[in-house]
Every structure is written in C-alpha cells, then in structure tokens.
Write a protein that binds this ligand. Sequence first.
Ligand code: FES
Ligand SMILES: [Fe+2]
Length: 327
Amino acid sequence: MSPDTWQAVAIASEIGKRPRRILLAGVPVVLFRSGETIAALHDRCPHRHVELSKGKVENGEIECPYHGWRFNAAGGCTAIPGHTGAVPGYRVPRLTTFVKEGVVFVASGAPKDEPYLHCAEGQKIIVKLVSSSTRSTLVDAAENILDATHTHFTHKGLLRGLSSERQRVRVDVTGGPGWVEACYTGEERQNGLISRLLEGERVRTIGRFRYPGIAELEYWGPKGLVLATTFHLRQAAESQVDGIGCLIGPQGGLLDHLKSLAFRPMFRIALEQDRRVLASASRNAAYCPQASAIIGPLDFLRRSIEAIMDGAAPPAANQPESFSFEL
Ligand code: FES
Ligand SMILES: [Fe+2]
C-alpha cells in the first residue's frame, strides 16, 4: 500500500490503558495511548523480538515485558533498565496515526489529506461503529458487502422477504480512478426484517468500492439518505480480513434514535451470516488454490474491485454499463 494511504485499523474507544495488537498485511502493529494521541509501532521489541503489546504503557511510553526497555510514540528507545550510560538510539518502526470521529487510521508515510471516513461526512447523522474479523480475502469480503444477489439466500428473512418473489431492477455501473459503484433503481421497498423496521420507500441503492478496501452501501428514500454503511476492510493476515464499519442513519427524533439502536444488533446478525459463507469459501479455496472462481453475469463489480486492488483503472471507468435483472 502506498505510504500516503490511510488505513482504518481500530475503534479508538477500544484502546484503553492496555496496548492493542492489530495486524496490517501480515505485520503486527501495537497501538497505545500516548498523551492526547494514539501511537502505532511495529509490535516487535528490537531486543529479542517479544511482542510489545504484551507489555504495559507508562507515561505514554510502551514497556517491553521481557527486559523492560521502553519506547516512546515515535518508536525511540528511552530506557534500558540497569544500564547506567546513555541510551543508544535504538528504534522500532512507527506508523503515522490519525483519529477521526473515534476511528484510528494509520499510514506508513505522512499523507497530506485527512483520512476518508464515511459516505455521509458533514451531514446530520448518527454513526455507530462496529468491528469484525472474517476468514477471507479482501476482494471476496468487499464483493460480499456489495453483492445484492446473495441476500435472498444468505440473509433470507433479514435483508429479504421469505418469499422467492423478485422484482426487475436496473443497475448502472460507473467508476473512476480507485473507485467503482453500482446504482440500483426500480426496487420497491424490501420485505426483509431490517428493511421493514428501519426503512421506508426506497428510491435507489448504491454499492461502492474505494481503494484501498472501502465498501459502502447507501439506501436512498424519496427525501434523501435513509441508511448507509461504510466498511473499511484490510487484509490483516493471509486469509484474515479485519474491518471497521460505520453504520449511518439520519439524526432526528426518538424514532430515529430507536432505529439506530436496532441497527447494530441486526447488522451483527447479517455480519455473522456473511462470515459463515466467506469462511466456507476460504477453507475450500485452500484445498484447490489453482482453481479460479467464475465471474457470473450478475457479478457486476468483481472485475473492477480486482483491478482497483491491483492498482489499475477499473473496467467500469472506461465503459459505464447498465444491466437489467431480477432482484
Ligand atoms: S526483548 Fe524487549 S526488552 Fe528484551
Ligand atoms: Fe451479506
């Protein structure tokens, strides 16, 4: 990932007195509180490679549990207990951090812009944060979030009704450098539990992917945005995808508040259903690593997501496409 790309890695409120270990493309990173900010260092003491996250935080510095060497937020060694001379300039590699509305972002360089957090920034909304970890690949997990056609089966009753009735809808796929989106129109209100409780009439649904692993869904009613989710995904380890999600609803009266309370638990059920199918695919892929998966006629975003993650322009950027199908 380029040094000036921010990656969401944690929910700030989950980092308290104790340090927290996360994985970023196979690299262990320790997050800890240092003064007003959150620091991020490689989670490996340069002395004997012990996990710093197993140690404790003292005065904004992290102390290794083995011999007590201490490191500040910049990764510099500040103490070697028992050593009476000057402390040599040992260092642990550090990452730049930025906390935005309760979400911790890291970057290997120093990006000049603030991180992108969610699709309704600057609007009057309520945001709830969730985190998740799934056995999968980033492309599979992002596609899953944006894939409308699995909901009838994986989320029957929750996101879709119990009947197998379908409606003819239109989808317009557009894209640009680092992004692709599918806009669905012609769908009436859905019959799943979540839609019945939380939504009114639906005018359009947008599913969007952005580099380096942001999958977002927007549900629009006649008066504007009704519900949205922005999920920041990252390949934590070889077959582990971790995510931080923003669940977004409009800010308003008591009803909106109750709805936003209901959103998270129901969303968690859907997430668990998705985790099961993604883990099933991932386990199976391990048995036949050579086999390529079919990109079917309704997998509108797959090629574009793959291209974006390869650093190429998505096919949809050159050629916007429209399809009609039954959803
Ligand atoms: S291994 Fe960390 S202080 Fe020795
Ligand atoms: Fe799903």
